[in-house]
Design a protein around this ligand. Structure first.
Ligand code: DGJ
Length: 688
């Protein structure tokens, strides 16, 4: 028997979620752009009433927050669980709610299912928790399930690989399930946990777009299903079957965003979510420092005299934090040994790290250190002493000659906590680059809970130490890991051309303040390309800037360029760290462009990167976005010195700054000077 309908609405800036229930699990009646506060929800419900016709059962089963197989739901159920080897078919009834938390119960099976909604910035965070009176085996539990947009034609999600992160994939909505599942124990290069659902015609800057991000680092599943009825459902959860039998199961938070200003509205909702709500900054008042990282300069070859000289040159370029990468511990001369032995290698550092730290500090920098605590080489004292601490079968295929410690074990976590604490206590370290360079031999959610617990304990004990999350570059980037860290190493590719694209697409999730980007060597170590220093410098300056080449290779001219760009970066970081990154719709497929707009809208910087030669001979105008059409903006080319003599016309900026209205900048756009491929124009704008 169905009861009277009840309604609830959850409003975040720019979006409304309306839930309804007739006594069963609530379902989303509406999810979309913000509704008027006085909207008559009963009338909305009438408008949503579903048709019944031949060839179907006599009423459409509810597409609830957890669609139930027991109610003839014709698609993927939100819960798949077993008890004593038998499948469970619960029929939940809504028991209690305060309008944000909804607890449903199946008394016969002794199951409770709770949905929790919270407004976080411009997003809505949605979580589900399942509790069982007796032990069950869970195969799949979806975070609150929402309808996919009816007006959309495409699902936009991401793939990626080492040195090629955040590749945008487009698939059509069509009958059946579009499934993405990360089963490697990390959120992963391969299937980063976010997806965009644009309505037809949406671009970066225009149109209605829906987006979701699942904040979990341990592997997830996403299902976008078009049901035979034409309805669409979107489910997210932990990777299927990765949890041990138990009595309580939580999903991670699923973050929801809706935009009527194209992809950018959702991208900036996620950027702000991470920057302002998820990441906790140890010293928010301290400006983000320019980094120097020695990995691509010396690799495992640590030598005090060489690194001292490198530190001096890095400081002269403008570095404010020196990060000593892999190679300082155990007998780590290459990547075949010593992971797990977190003792300073006295062959390389006879007096410990203190002399280097003193030197770095005298140069005005702080000191950071690389670690990879979750991992172990078989050739290590740790593996020899505790072979039982290693996750997975003995004859497993290794990755980078290494294995993974079982972080679900409190004993292992205690050991790592003690080792890392000793390092942090004995040395003045304000930063850890925390690496994770292999896929798990078995995907297991308890491993992720374990790493979260270890990070939480360390953060509590050393609240002033920042942590960078690295996983062979960008293999673990999500709101879960960022709730315990402050920076991600987006990619091991320091190739500025590749980075231009990677950074552009990663801005669909990541704000500038957490996205590390370094100036690499002249000849890139991962692509073999030789890229001009200006391009390398500006691409690093788009995000959290650093250097990662051997500065001893720099010519005087190259060093001058780096000093100039680093100093520009420092002059602007006070507003840019809080800026939105808006991806521009470029009429020229060879130009990848973005506009970073200050929180108050009064200033901006545009980076227009020329990735390759254009199809046509002349540059096409570049339209800006998010400005006040009525206001005047003074705009100027920051790097006018890069004008080439093949640019012979009178294009904008040739003779100095311009003053143009927001309307002209957004409706006509700017025609930039002709440029070579692998160059970037940098344009500053300020409201008059
Ligand atoms: C992989 C990382 O992504 C690199 O930046 C570097 O830290 C190496 N590991 C060190 O082994």
């Amino acid at each position: 028997m169905s009861e009277a309908l009840q309604f609830w609405r959850i409003d975040a800036p720019g979006q409304t979620l309306v839930l309804s229930s007739d006594g069963g699990i609530p379902g989303a009646l509406y999810w979309g752009p913000a509704l008027h506060p006085q909207t008559d929800l009963a009338a909305l419900s009438h408008a949503c009433e579903q048709e019944v016709t031949g060839g179907m059962i006599d009423r459409l089963p509810p597409l609830s927050l957890c669609p139930e197989a027991s109610r003839s739901f014709e698609g993927q159920p939100g819960l798949v669980a077993y008890r004593d080897g038998k499948p469970l078919y619960p029929r939940f009834r809504l028991e209690v709610t305060d309008g944000t938390e909804f607890t449903c119960r199946d008394n016969d099976l002794g199951l409770s299912l709770t949905f929790l909604f919270e407004v976080v910035g411009q997003t809505i965070s949605a979580k589900a928790t399942l509790e069982s009176d007796a032990e069950i085996t869970l195969h799949h539990l979806a975070a609150p399930v929402l309808p996919g947009p009816q007006m959309g034609q495409e699902i936009v999600d991401f793939s990626g690989r080492w040195i090629g992160e955040f590749q945008v994939e487009r698939a059509p909505w069509r009958a059946g399930i579009h499934k993405r599942e990360a089963r490697t124990g990390r959120s992963g290069h391969e299937h980063p946990p976010q997806a965009y659902f644009p309505e037809a015609g949406a671009s970066n800057t225009q149109g209605t777009v829906f987006a979701m991000h699942y904040g979990w680092s341990g592997g997830h599943v996403m299902l976008a299903e078009e049901l035979p009825s034409g309805r669409r459902q979107i489910q997210w959860g932990h990777a299927c079957g990765t949890r041990a039998a138990g009595t309580r199961f939580d999903t991670a938070p699923l973050y929801l965003a809706v935009s009527q200003s194209g992809f950018n509205g959702c991208a900036t909702a996620f950027q702000r979510l991470l920057r302002d709500h998820v990441v906790t900054w140890p010293k928010p008042e301290t400006p983000r420092p320019v980094h120097y990282n020695c990995w691509e300069a010396v690799y495992f070859d640590h030598d005090m005299a060489v690194l001292s000289e490198i530190a001096e040159q890095a400081a002269a370029l403008g570095a404010e934090r020196f990060v000593l990468d892999d190679g300082w511990f155990g007998r780590r001369d290459d990547d075949t040994s010593s992971l797990g032995d977190w003792e300073i290698d006295r062959r390389k550092w006879p007096d410990g790290l203190t002399p280097l730290i003193n030197h770095v500090e005298r140069l005005g920098m702080t000191f950071g250190l690389w670690v990879e605590p979750e991992m172990v080489n078989l050739d290590s004292d740790l593996a020899r002493a505790h072979p039982d601490w290693i996750l997975g079968p003995q004859d497993q295929i290794e990755g980078r000659q290494q294995r993974v410690l079982d972080l679900s074990s409190p004993e292992v976590r205690d050991h790592l906590f003690r080792k890392l604490s000793a390092l942090l206590q004995d040395n003045r370290i304000d930063y850890l680059k925390w690496d994770h360079n292999r896929l798990l031999p078995i995907a297991d959610a308890a491993q992720t809970e374990g790493i979260y617990a270890l990070l939480r304990d360390l953060r509590r004990a050393f609240p002033n130490v920042e942590i960078e999350s690295c996983a062979s570059g960008g293999g673990r980037i999500d709101a879960g890991i960022l709730s315990l860290t402050q920076r991600v190493w987006l990619s091991d590719s320091n190739d500025a051309l590749e980075r231009l694209r990677i950074q552009h697409d990663a801005a669909l999730l990541l704000p500038m303040s957490v996205t590390g980007s370094h100036v690499g060597p002249r000849v890139c170590h991962t692509s073999g390309r030789t890229i001009d220093i200006r391009m390398r410098a500006w691409i690093a300056a788009q995000r959290h800037m650093g250097f990662e080449m051997d500065p001893r290779e720099l010519t005087d001219e190259e060093a001058e360029v780096l000093k100039r760009v680093a100093s520009w970066w420092k002059d602007n970081r006070h507003w840019r760290m809080q800026a939105d990154i808006l991806r521009l719709d470029s009429a020229d497929a060879s130009v990848i462009a973005e506009q970073q707009l200050a929180m108050d809208g009064n200033r901006f910087v545009v980076f227009a990167g020329k990735a390759r030669s254009a199809h046509q001979i002349m540059p096409r105008p570049l339209r800006l976005t998010g400005l006040d059409p009525e206001a005047l903006y003074r705009i100027d080319l920051v790097n006018r010195d890069e004008l080439h003599h093949l640019s012979r016309g009178n294009t904008a900026f040739k003779d100095g700054p311009l003053v143009l209205s927001g309307q002209i900048l957004m409706q006509q756009g700017l025609t930039l000077p002709w440029q070579f491929p692998e160059t970037v124009w940098v344009i500053e704008g300020e409201r008059q």
